[in-house]
Design a protein around this ligand. Structure first.
Ligand code: FES
Length: 150
């Protein structure tokens, strides 16, 4: 699809992925500008509802980026986040929504180049999938259901 720039929300743990993104930026490594980073104390704070709300509000893709296995500062936060992503995938699959639109990665603060690579790869995958047609904000007034407010 030409001209489509995906909107991606990246929920990043401040101890690892956020620092890796910062390192990538400081090292002048490019990663897509369309990545909107939300800093979290730990990916264990991510709830399935946050991810679904992101899609509802217009995100084309959602990335959850946490510490490497065994390196979470809250011990199991990244493992809980992984379980929630798995649960989200099951929910999305049931409604026929592409599960590839949500992904979890594990990374360390020193992996700036890897962060840029994974962010770029994810963005390319979302670009292939095209816009999120379930987004409420993607609906024009003419296509909204009766009774909904614009
Ligand atoms: Fe980084 Fe838990 S502190 S994922």
């Amino acid at each position: 699809m030409t001209g489509f720039e995906p909107r991606i929300i990246a929920f990043c743990c401040r101890h690892c992925a956020y620092a890796a993104a910062d390192l990538a930026g400081g090292s002048r490594l490019n990663y897509p500008e369309s990545l909107h980073i939300v800093q979290l104390p730990c990916t264990g704070r991510v709830d399935v509802l946050h991810l679904l709300k992101s899609f509802e509000e217009g995100a084309d893709g959602v990335l959850v980026a946490g510490c490497l296995p065994g390196r979470c500062h809250y011990l199991k936060g990244n493992l809980h986040a992984r379980q929630r992503i798995d649960h989200l995938h099951q929910l999305l699959d049931r409604i026929g929504f592409e599960t590839d639109r949500a992904r979890m990665i594990n990374i360390s603060a020193a992996m700036g180049a890897r962060f840029a690579e994974l962010a770029t790869e994810f963005t390319e995958r979302i670009r292939q999938l095209g816009p999120n047609l379930l987004a409420v904000s993607a609906q024009s007034p003419a296509t909204q259901s009766p009774g909904t407010t614009p």
